[in-house]
Design a binder for this molecule. Sequence first.
Ligand code: TYM
Length: 341
Amino acid sequence: MDQRKRVFSGIQPTGDAHLGNYLGVFQRWAQMVDEYECYYCIVDLHAITQDYTRDQLMQRVFDLTLSLIASGIDPEKCTLFVQSHVPQHTELTWLFNIAVGVGDLQRMTQFKEKSTGLESVNAGLLNYPVLQAADILLYRADFVPVGNDQRQHLELSRGIARKWNARFGDFFPEPETLTGAGSRVLGLDGVSKMSKSKDNTVPMLAGPEELWSRIRTAVTDPARVRKNDPGNPHVCNVFALHEFFTQSSVRADIEIRCQTANLGCVDCKQTLSDNVAEHLEPVREKVAELRAKPDQVLEILADGATRAREEAERTMSVVCERMGLGRKTLSEGIRKLTAQG
Ligand code: TYM
């Protein structure tokens, strides 16, 4: 039995992974596998709450698996799997529906954002955070590393754990949210978080040319209109991104030259673009290598699902027993009740 604290986190296969995902999630996930017992999940059941096609979804699940492994997440040191391969996620979601109010779900910021302007809102979008709570609590995780945007969902997961424990007896730990550097990477607009839905992303697997065509368009210090105006690096998202990809001595130099109008934004972006390309080159190569071995990748996911299912079954047997559900609970329960007369 692994004595380490347990970590669970998930990511949706909803499009090309971007620098926000890479800095906010992939790098941290990769670092955590030695210290914690980690479960990392590609949450395809969450992704289907938005428009998709069958082939596109499968391709995205596969591509995301490649990006995760290529970013250094070692599948031998963690359990990497796809959510729909472990049916207990859906089962526990249904059971948790009785531990959360519809009003609480309607108040979720992400629900409001995703449902605004839609003619009809599917119930999956509303129940999205219940499935997320089931993901985490199924593995009785202690810690959940996520970006800042997930804090509210995590608070709801804790509430569900509390309510369930109060009614059926203490069982689920209240998971702690872990955020850190890279928890809110801004997009190229410099104001909102980098997000697939905002078209403000830098795709992490883009080649040097595509990187430059994206990074070129990044908004910098809005007060700096002409090249000869001094800039303020501390309000500039390009400078914020240098933090992750550029050596500190070079960064210090950029800072001073920007403040003294000795470095133009285009040159500053070019340096960033070159450094991002160089940093991610080995990841791109590894993705290409893995893409040529689909069977090996699918085997990794199959192994992950097998391990995850074992743990999920352990949780579900306790949950069903406490809630009076399932065949085993029923036969034992009826035998006992009959004996008591
Ligand atoms: P998703 O796919 O939208 O995001 C996956 C993770 O990436 C983080 N993230 C960012 N971090 C920093 N800067 C950004 N610009 C940025 N954009 C995205 C998100 O915070 C998230 O950590 N609902 C989850 C998926 C999920 C999950 C879970 C997470 C389902 N079940 C259980 C943790 C535990 C989500 O937003 O996925």
